[in-house]
Design a protein around this ligand. Sequence first.
Ligand SMILES: C[S@@+](CC[C@H](N)C(=O)[O-])C[C@H]1O[C@@H](n2cnc3c(N)ncnc32)[C@H](O)[C@@H]1O
Length: 167
Amino acid sequence: MTTRKADVLLKWLAKAPPGPVVELGCTRYDYESESEGFSTFYLAKQCASEGREFRSFDINPSHVRNARKILSDHGLVGTVQALPGDHAVKLVPAIAFLYLDTSDNAGDTMHQYLNANMAPGGIIVIDDCHSYGAGQFGKGTKVIEFLGLDKIRFEKTGDFIMAVIQA
Ligand SMILES: C[S@@+](CC[C@H](N)C(=O)[O-])C[C@H]1O[C@@H](n2cnc3c(N)ncnc32)[C@H](O)[C@@H]1O
């Protein structure tokens, strides 16, 4: 049984075509928990082992500093920049794997999704798509309403649900 968010991310990353991996919403704490997936570390580590480019963006500069420290403490390579996700995602062409884990405003996730230039067959994973204050499908509410349920796979880890979309 899957119990960690990282397991879902790495499972789907393995199915992504060649190309860059982009994360919107970097790791802000120094630990992993059921809700805090420590995604920057796991994605960067896997990218390093595959020779993929890894880029992470976050609107909060102190979270960016934390994520950079995690990477350097573990000897991992990757670019972490302080930028709003809907702008940042436009900077990377032909994204192979996109992880959307920013605010609880489902409109933010929708703008990020619409602005992303995905490679054919690229994989998009949206965190926190369970029902809570962000809407019926959490952060993914607007994207899921837009695409329809038949286009989405749902993966549960503990109390948390991620949505998986193939471009
Ligand atoms: C839940 S945390 C990300 C957790 C991280 N993915 C992990 O697994 O450790 C959400 C992050 O999104 C950032 N954020 C919120 N709104 C944003 C936006 N519009 N653009 C980029 N980052 C944003 C926050 O600063 C915060 O660091």
